[in-house]
Design a binder for this molecule. Structure first.
Ligand SMILES: Nc1nc2c(c(=O)[nH]1)N[C@H]1C(S)=C(S)[C@@H](COP(=O)(O)OP(=O)(O)OC[C@H]3O[C@@H](n4cnc5c(=O)[nH]c(N)nc54)[C@H](O)[C@@H]3O)O[C@H]1N2
Ligand SMILES: Nc1nc2c(c(=O)[nH]1)N[C@H]1C(S)=C(S)[C@@H](COP(=O)(O)OP(=O)(O)OC[C@H]3O[C@@H](n4cnc5c(=O)[nH]c(N)nc54)[C@H](O)[C@@H]3O)O[C@H]1N2
Ligand code: SF4
Ligand SMILES: [Mo]
Length: 888
């Protein structure tokens, strides 16, 4: 990883909304490093960013267009696509065509898709996976400020004397921003983390409020009441700049009259609630960051407004170190909102509700049939598909078969839809399995355009690799289809810069200052200037002197985007999760992310290194619930909801609240047999934003009655879905591997060929112990090995075996050691904790036993934690738990 700024390409990380600058180099061995000149990260990268070069290989890529499973030429694929659309419109009207887009498209791709759908095909049914992600924050911003605008910037997270994080595990999900928050620690700076479970982020917390899920509005209503009762409200600010305070306060008093009531409803101690309230009261420089624990809720919009109410009441909006701050998830969640990719918005922060906006967009696009009202939001869209109302669905850069709630029904809908078009970089995903037409898109490193991060900062993604196979950029694919449909004049783009200029011009078109999203200063950007565009925060206005500058903060002057310029406090009632636990489904299922995986794993799982941190689908269970449900740490267990099963490895987790489990959202049917988190969540949505309540499902928990457990390692290229009740795929550097288990006995001797792809040469069978081990060796090379045991704890680690696959000829000593599965002379380093330096838990435990008493000491000795820092919370936990035990 030695990239210097002189010989490399400046681009932007394609993962989270922090939007870090990356210096990348192509060639046969691509490499990446953090860009020291990028304001978001100043050279830092987290473990996902630092391993980007391991994900750019062509393995698993979709390399050519396909129609009905057959490889076709681009002209044929474009004709099939445009004919399907043309026919649906002719027979069923424009509303029979739907687009499901993504915050992982570049702004240019997104703009062209939105324009084609809403402006030319004339369908309003354009929604995006941002519906599952940011739509509650969007709705809250619009209610409070009159526009979807984040007032603050990253510097504010550092400047704040009180940092409140609501439903955010930034340590894992916005790691570089978290590192910045951490580095800004100083005397008197305080951090409050509000999350039902203890996370890596709560390591930074001076106070962690592990509230009952879904009760955030009660906590913030209670805060408003407390501020009002303790002279904490800025009456002057309210009277000059805001409406709605009295009503909001009255509603808050109803919902959260006093400390005792808040503590009871949120299941917190009165003293901790009071501490939080006192700190908020005393600290003018307060930033409240909120993320999916707030947004993904039936009360998601209300949670956002309950938070913003407290900031408006104290005048803490858009000031240095004082703002509400929505942490966006995807690299271009914000860009999608700018172009208007959500079903209830039109384009460039203009809305269907305004006839003037519709006229402006019609004129600017030169469209003849603009969709004339809001379309279906994601969950409703898939319901309409299920009912047969949508004849053509075009999915781009998202994997709805995994990420939408109630995945069984989503899959039924995809199956029923007459034409499903999927644009993706990868060949095999749970969604591409339903595609009638598959269009190969260029991926990160191959494509060019812009993305906007959480602080409204627009950065360039630049290509430094040739396209994989016949892949094409998304904007190119959409424009080509538009031309076939007869809209050539409006889609005559030659390069992303053409699209960007048009997008910027639309934002400025007829914009008399009411639309805060305005890129007037970039509307005439030349091709060269676009290529060298430095990261810049919108709005970007043209100044009289011709100097183009960005805008770090909004609303500092107290002037907002509602027509009267005033902000609104919104009265918030308590709305709790619709279903509460009962005898059939006694547990609350919380879902979210892990440090080293990105969403449905299509990219991050290509890096063996990134799968080491968590290699299997898992279930975090409080010790009390381990006992209550009879499940064992490291054993397999089943979560069940209405016939849907999630099977995962149990992890004992003190940080869970009893009665609540946590499962990761990443695993899907390409990686495991039954590990879909969203199979356990339901189609319940926020009434204002339409965002699904993805953080809250209900389920029963029971042990998985395994008769045997196995680990299978094969040279690559073997079938992936095994005849086992539980299988989980873990690609390794030199081979593929699976964890396996089943409820029924297996005739190993008779079935060996099936598992190993041929007759094994080495066999060890001990039916009495439930043990079987066999290896297949061809021409001295290890082809496959399986290790079976009744107890999972007796299965050996696979690191040494994996290395055997890298050898062309096994030595006699290694051959003899195969079925023992370990080199008798090697050290077993244990599960990897530090991905950067490949340091295992056994090594760390040994170092602690030898006296390493701090994270810094471990770093000096083993290097762990000294690069990206993502594993520091885990190192700290190990030092804390084990360190005491070895104290004299
Ligand atoms: N490593 C990694 N990073 C990512 C991503 C990824 O896939 N992997 N995805 C990116 C994307 S698109 C997004 S949207 C962000 C999401 O970033 P985050 O929002 O930080 O991620 P989550 O893990 O989904 O959820 C955050 C927390 O919400 C808590 N929570 C659950 N219910 C409640 C509740 O009722 N109240 C409160 N206060 N908290 C609750 C959960 O316990 C969880 O710890 O991450 C981005 N970054
Ligand atoms: N239960 C539960 N469900 C959730 C969540 C949760 O916390 N809990 N979180 C929700 C949130 S916040 C989000 S953002 C979603 C994410 O969920 P998805 O959007 O479904 O997940 P991804 O894996 O990011 O899917 C992106 C797809 O686009 C492809 N791709 C990548 N780059 C490109 C490109 O440039 N062009 C094209 N055409 N394709 C590309 C990838 O290969 C991949 O197949 O999940 C949501 N679902
Ligand atoms: S923090 Fe986010 S944007 Fe930065 S390197 Fe990590 S994943 Fe990429
Ligand atoms: Mo997201």
């Amino acid at each position: 990883m030695t990239v210097t700024s002189t010989d490399s390409c400046r681009t932007t990380c394609p993962y989270c909304g922090v939007g870090c600058g990356v210096l990348a180099q192509g060639g046969t061995t691509p490499s990446v490093a953090g860009d020291p000149a990028h304001p978001a990260n100043a050279g830092r990268l987290c473990v996902k960013g630092a391993n980007l070069h391991e994900t750019t290989g062509h393995g698993g890529r979709l390399l050519a267009p396909k129609v009905a499973g057959r490889r076709v030429s681009w002209p044929d694929a474009l004709t099939a696509t445009s004919e399907a659309i043309r026919q649906a419109v002719a027979e069923h009207g424009p509303g029979s065509v739907a687009f499901y887009l993504s915050g992982q498209l570049l702004t240019e791709d997104y703009y062209v898709a939105n324009k084609l759908a809403k402006g030319f095909i004339g369908t309003p049914h354009v929604d995006t996976n941002s519906r599952l992600c940011m739509s509650s924050a969007v709705a809250a911003h619009k209610r409070a400020f009159g526009a979807d605008a984040v007032p603050g910037c990253y510097d504010d997270l550092e400047l704040a004397d009180l940092l409140v994080l609501v439903g955010s595990n930034a340590a894992w999900n916005h790691p570089v921003l978290y590192q910045r928050m951490k580095a800004a620690a100083r005397d008197g700076r305080r951090v409050v983390v509000i999350d039902p479970r203890r996370t890596a982020t709560s390591e930074l917390a001076d106070l962690h409020l592990s509230l009952r899920p879904g009760t955030d509005t009660v906590l913030f209503n209670g805060l408003l009441v407390w501020l009002a009762d303790h002279q904490g409200v800025d009456q002057d600010y309210l009277s000059r700049h805001c409406d709605g305070y009295e009503l909001a306060l009255a509603a808050a008093r109803d919902a959260a009259p006093d400390l005792g009531s808040v503590a009871r409803q949120c299941d917190l101690a009165e003293a901790e609630v009071e501490t939080f309230y006192r700190w908020f009261l005393e600290t003018p420089r307060t930033v409240t960051g909120f993320s999916q624990g707030a947004n993904q809720s039936v009360a998601g919009t209300d949670k956002g407004n309950a938070i913003i109410n407290c900031h408006l009441a104290t005048g803490r909006v858009g000031r240095p170190g004082a703002s509400p701050f929505s942490l966006t998830g995807q690299p271009n969640a914000m860009g999608g909102r700018e172009v208007g990719g959500l079903a209830n918005t039109l384009a460039a922060h203009m809305d269907y509700q305004s006839e003037a906006d519709k006229a402006l967009v019609t004129e600017f696009w030169g469209s003849r049939q603009l969709a004339d009202g809001p379309g279906l939001k994601a969950v409703d869209m898939f319901d309409a598909i299920h009912r047969g109302e949508i004849k053509v669905l075009w999915v781009m850069a998202t994997n709805p078969a995994v990420s939408l709630p109630d995945t069984v029904r989503v899959r039924e809908a995809l199956k029923r839809c007459p034409t499903v078009i999927v644009s993706d970089c990868m060949a095999d995903t749970d969604t591409t399995a339903y595609a009638d037409i598959l269009l190969p898109a260029t991926g990160w490193g191959e494509k060019d355009g812009t993305v906007t991060n959480s602080e409204r900062r627009i950065s360039r993604q630049r290509g430094f690799l040739p396209p994989a196979g016949e892949a094409r950029p998304d904007w190119w694919i959409i424009s080509a289809v538009a031309r076939q449909l007869g809209y050539g004049k409006a889609f005559d783009y030659q390069a992303p810069a053409d699209v960007f200029r048009e997008h910027a011009a639309l934002s400025a078109f007829g914009n008399d200052g009411q639309r805060v999203f305005n890129l007037a200063g970039l509307a005439t950007l030349g091709d060269d200037a676009y290529d060298t565009l430095a990261p810049i925060q919108w709005p970007v206005l043209d100044t009289a002197a011709g100097i183009v500058t960005g805008t770090p903060r909004l609303f500092a002057d107290g002037v907002f985007c509602h027509p009267d310029g005033r902000a609104r406090l919104v009265p918030i009632r308590t709305v709790l999760p619709v279903s509460q636990p009962d005898a059939q489904r006694p547990l609350v299922v919380n879902t979210g992310r892990v440090r080293d995986q990105w969403h449905t794993m299509t990219r991050t799982a290509k890096s063996a290194r990134l799968l080491q941190h968590r290699a299997e689908p898992f279930i975090d269970v409080h010790p009390h619930d381990l006992q209550r449900f009879g499940v064992a740490d490291q054993g397999l267990a089943v979560l069940e909801n209405r016939g849907q099963r999630y099977i995962g490895r149990v992890r004992r987790a003190e940080g869970q609240r009893p009665g609540e489990v946590f499962v990761p959202i990443h695993w899907n049917q390409c990686y495991t047999g039954a590990g879909l988190a969203s199979a356990l969540t339901e189609r319940i949505t926020d009434p204002f934003s339409g965002q699904p309540e993805s953080k809250y499902g209900l389920a029963a928990l029971r042990p998985f009655p395994a008769r045997w457990h196995a680990r299978l390692l094969c040279r690559t290229g073997r079938p992936r879905r095994w005849k086992a009740d539980y299988w989980s795929y873990v690609p390794l550097d030199h081979c593929d591997s699976w964890w396996l288990a089943s409820e029924t006995e297996m005739d190993w001797v008779g079935q060996a060929d099936y598992w190993l792809g041929g007759v094994p040469q080495l066999v060890m069978s001990d039916p009495g112990q439930g043990r079987y081990r066999a290896a297949r060796i061809v021409d001295g090379r290890l082809e496959a090995i399986i290790l079976v045991d009744r107890e999972v704890s007796r299965l050996p680690e696979s690191a040494w075996l994996e290395a055997c696959f890298s050898q062309d000829a096994l030595s006699e000593r290694d051959r003899r050691a195969l079925l023992a599965a370990r080199d008798s002379e090697a050290e077993d380093i244990g599960a990897i904790v530090c991905s950067c330096f490949q340091v295992g838990q056994n090594q760390i435990e040994a170092a602690i036993a030898d006296g390493a008493s701090s994270v810094a000491a471990l770093g000096q000795q083993l290097r762990c934690g000294s690069n990206c820092g993502s594993c520091i919370p885990e190192l700290k936990a190990l030092v804390e738990t084990l360190g005491e035990a070895v104290e004299p």
